[in-house]
Design a protein around this ligand. Structure first.
Ligand code: MD6
Ligand code: FE
Length: 217
């Protein structure tokens, strides 16, 4: 499949790679902004700490999570949903920093999704061995809006499946600064993250942080 996005790329510059009809990987997209993003993640985590949520089946998730924005994704014994208040503190989730919003809108626009206005940013923290099993993102009200994701810190292998759980998966390496936008016909693809390999990242040490922006409400 040819990419309609760019004819040429230049060394050291971000470049878009089409993965599917509604999915684009933006290589190096957030590299320049990364230190500012990491500082904002630390600020958010001061008022809404990372925590390991419990799945409806009673398992503690390997990935630690928090949220920014008007809505935050939560999981507990009663199910998955978006909530305006952090169940840990009883307070609203910290607002989305301007640099988050601009970055997410820019990524969506580059992938052909104009008018993306995220109201939720799920922040995932992976330490070595943490993984995210194959899932669909389907708790958002309007599935016509895409999801924008940004990877920071240690590299990870993203599993990109099909519309059925049993469909074959493709392995997509994601490194610090990569963006991933998916929507349209790819919006409900199953996906996950393989166990994180140990390592040291210059800005984040022994972790990977993933931001996923959603139009949830
Ligand atoms: C992660 N990401 O990369 C987990 N979901 O750590 C996701 O689950 C995800 O990256 C929907 C769209 C993009 C994603
Ligand atoms: Fe997901």
């Amino acid at each position: 499949m040819t990419s309609p996005l760019f004819e040429t790329t230049h060394p050291g510059e971000p470049w878009p790679e089409r993965l599917g009809p509604g999915a684009v990987r933006l290589h190096g997209f957030a590299l320049t902004e990364a230190p500012a993003l990491i500082a904002e993640v630390a600020r958010i985590a001061e008022s809404a700490p990372f925590r390991h949520m419990i799945t409806p089946s009673g398992h503690r998730m390997a990935v630690a999570m928090t949220n920014g924005g008007a809505l935050g994704w939560v999981s507990d014994r009663t199910g998955y949903r978006y909530e305006p208040l952090d169940p840990l503190t009883g307070r609203p989730w910290p607002p989305l920093p301007d640099c988050f919003l601009r970055l997410a809108q820019d990524a969506a626009a580059q992938a052909g999704f104009a008018g993306f206005v995220p109201d939720a940013c799920l922040i995932n923290r992976y330490q070595p061995d943490a993984r995210l099993s194959l899932h669909q993102d389907r708790d958002e009200r309007d599935l016509s809006a895409p999801i924008v994701s940004v990877s920071l810190g240690l590299p990870a292998v993203f599993l990109w499946g099909g519309l059925k759980w049993k469909d074959p998966t493709r392995r997509i390496p994601l490194v610090h600064g990569d963006g991933l936008v998916w929507g349209g016909p790819d919006r409900l693809r199953y996906h996950g993250v393989l166990p994180l390999k140990a390592g040291q990242h210059a800005l984040l040490g022994e972790q990977r942080i993933n931001l996923t922006f959603r139009q949830a409400g």
